[in-house]
Write a protein that binds this ligand. Structure first.
Ligand SMILES: NC(=O)c1ccc[n+]([C@@H]2O[C@H](COP(=O)([O-])OP(=O)(O)OC[C@H]3O[C@@H](n4cnc5c(N)ncnc54)[C@H](OP(=O)(O)O)[C@@H]3O)[C@@H](O)[C@H]2O)c1
Length: 295
């Protein structure tokens, strides 16, 4: 039996990465699917990839008018909506001093304000039961340098999982967060790095994840299927971390990745550990490390 048989689902930012892979999984599990995105090239590629069965809709997640228009389009297609996956995200990372009001507002509109008003616009369409999944980030739980605005937006979005679950539970609408750790998506290739630099960054990130690899879009998509399906019917207002242990296990490089001399009984001071591992940073990326500290 397919786990989403007969359900209708919309995925924002479903033309690439986690959203695109989730669209494929939802389809395979029997759902009728619509995805959104902005760039014409991305929309066209998703249409080719997903085929005629999937509605590919241009919609800017940061525009309130587009959220209303998206809700109207979905109402014209379907008589009910079972699953909303809020996945589109602005992942800008920058030092505090480089932020201005316009870029702050753009990010918040995409990651928090747009999703809030999309949920409001879709209220008349949500089925009983319905599942709303909000794509957060492990960054909402950890203080990564240069992630201030992004992490705050994701923390706000994840807060909606709790408050809106409380508000919508009598309508049998569950809202949950789904928080990726570092995940191998085309987002990594949009950082303007050479192939060599990108591979070096990936290797660096791999060493920061306790299980020793980046997440795959399929890791997130499988979790999204679970949260979307009735299998998770008792899970409400929570945040499912799919992060290879980053939030709960990783503060420093795992022992198994240290040089052999350090893996025995040697006990490192905190400053030694910082010198060897370095704090996380994220210049231009969610997952970049800065220059080593010389304390
Ligand atoms: N990859 C990671 O390491 C990671 C880690 C933690 C959290 N996340 C979260 O996971 C989600 C998906 O990220 P991803 O890595 O899969 O990224 P991705 O491969 O770059 O895909 C992003 C998707 O969102 C769309 N999008 C971006 N801004 C949009 C907007 N304003 N309106 C509508 N669509 C928009 C993009 O299409 P267009 O460009 O055509 O608009 C694309 O379809 C994001 O919310 C991100 O914050 C990712």
């Amino acid at each position: 039996m397919e786990r989403l048989q007969g359900k209708t689902a919309v995925i924002t930012g479903g033309t690439s990465g986690i959203g695109l892979e989730t669209a494929r999984r939802f389809l395979a599990e029997g759902a009728r699917v619509a995805v959104t995105g902005r760039s014409p090239a991305g929309l066209e590629a998703a249409h080719r990839d997903l085929g005629e069965r999937v509605a590919v809709i241009r919609s800017d997640a940061g525009s309130l008018a587009d959220q209303e228009a998206l809700a109207a389009t979905l109402r014209s297609m379907w008589d009910r909506l079972d699953i909303l996956f809020v996945n589109a995200g602005d992942v800008t990372h920058r030092p505090l001093e480089t932020w201005d009001e316009a870029s702050f507002d753009t990010l918040m509109a995409t990651n928090l304000k747009g999703p809030f008003f999309l949920i409001r616009a879709l209220l008349p369409l949500f089925a009983d039961p319905a599942s709303i999944i909000l794509c957060g980030s492990v960054s909402a739980r950890i203080g990564f340098p240069q992630s201030s605005v992004y992490a705050a937006s994701k923390a706000g979005l994840l807060s909606l999982a709790r408050t809106l679950s409380a508000e919508l539970k009598d309508r049998n609408i569950r809202v949950n967060g789904l928080s990726p750790g570092p995940t191998e998506t085309p987002a990594v290739d949009r950082l303007g790095l050479s192939q060599e630099q990108a591979e070096a960054l990936r290797e660096e990130i791999r060493r920061l994840v306790p299980i020793g690899r980046l997440g795959l879009p399929s890791d997130l998509a499988q979790a999204a299927v679970f949260l979307a399906s009735d299998e998770s019917r008792f899970i409400v207002g929570t945040d499912l971390l799919v992060d290879g242990g980053v939030a709960n296990l990783c503060r420093h490089a795992p022992l198994s990745h240290r040089k052999p001399a350090l893996s025995g009984r040697v006990r490192l001071s905190r400053s030694d550990r910082l010198r060897r591992v370095g704090p996380l940073s994220s210049a231009g990326s969610e997952w970049r490390r800065p220059e080593r500290r010389q304390d």
